[in-house]
Design a protein around this ligand. Structure first.
Ligand SMILES: O=P(O)(O)OC[C@H]1O[C@H](O[C@H]2O[C@H](CO)[C@@H](O)[C@H](O)[C@H]2O)[C@H](O)[C@@H](O)[C@@H]1O
Length: 254
């Protein structure tokens, strides 16, 4: 009976998970990342408990989100909200001028050539300038990204962990969560968003405005109302959550 009550409560909520630094430990390169199998099992169980009201909200494209979270393939938002997929499969993609994308691509490729260790990740309508392997390039890459968005104001710079991203200005994770919250089965539920990074702050702000639960992984300034120390602790929390051992109502009153 208690268990049933807890499941009913869980069904009042909608969950949104960031990926890198949240569901997956940060790695030297984007390709080295994976989500452990037991975590996928817990996410699958949780998705079932929530009747599908669970979405991944990442800076990665939807195609990569699907690979990392296979076999789950529900609602998701990729490229910081520039691509959104609802649970019924509807796709919403932000449009950008292909000519501008081509010009940005050419300039970035040319300008990073003399910067050893710098990695340009091309994500169809966004770009990530990674300096994890080239920490001294941080400032120069920031200046490069700023120069680009000055020339192409439809884009903005997004700071991340050892990365500067150039993404469509109109998109952020808060707007993506807000959009999904207006679709089935999210509609009418209380949002819970878990993230670790600067790009997740827009999501935290939205969730806070809805009196939801915002959870930051790790330290650093944040508008999130709750903290989990690290990815390993999140995995333990997820295990409990999937098995209905967390009372979300108590968290809301904190
Ligand atoms: O919104 P997220 O799911 O957190 O994605 C943010 C970016 O994550 C990836 O880059 C970051 O993770 C890499 C792997 O651990 C790491 O090597 C890199 O330094 C981090 O910045 C991804 O490559 C980006 O496309 C995402 O936007």
């Amino acid at each position: 009976m208690n268990e049933l009550r807890q499941i009913c409560r869980q069904n009042d909520y909608a969950f949104f998970f960031d990926i890198d630094g949240t569901l997956a430990t940060l790695q030297a390169t984007p390709e080295a990342v994976s989500i452990p199998a037991p975590v996928i099992t817990h996410l699958t169980l949780l998705t079932q408990n929530l009747s599908g009201a669970l979405a991944f909200v990442s800076g990665r494209p939807l195609s990569q989100i699907d690979e990392l979270t296979y076999p789950l393939r529900g609602a998701a938002a990729g490229i910081h909200g520039a691509e959104i997929r609802t649970l019924n499969g509807e796709l919403i993609a932000t449009r950008v001028d292909p000519q501008q994308l081509c010009e940005i691509d050419q300039q970035l490729s040319r300008d990073i050539e003399p910067m050893p260790g710098v990695r340009l990740e091309k994500k169809s309508i966004a770009f990530a300038l990674h300096y994890r392997q080239a920490p001294t390039a941080q400032q120069a890459l920031h200046e490069l990204a700023n120069t680009i968005v000055k020339r192409y104001p439809d884009f903005k710079v997004q700071a991340g962990k050892c990365v500067w991203e150039i993404k469509p200005r109109a998109c952020d994770k808060g707007k993506a969560i807000s959009y999904l919250m207006q679709t089935s089965p999210f509609i009418g539920r209380i949002p819970v968003f878990i993230g670790d990074d600067m790009t997740d702050e827009a999501g935290f702000q939205y969730v806070n405005r809805q009196q939801g639960i915002s959870i930051k992984i790790g330290c650093g300034e944040s508008e999130a109302t709750h903290r989990i120390d690290n990815v390993t602790q999140l995995y333990q929390w997820l295990d409990q959550l999937a098995n209905n051992n967390i009372n979300l109502d108590t968290m809301r009153s904190v």
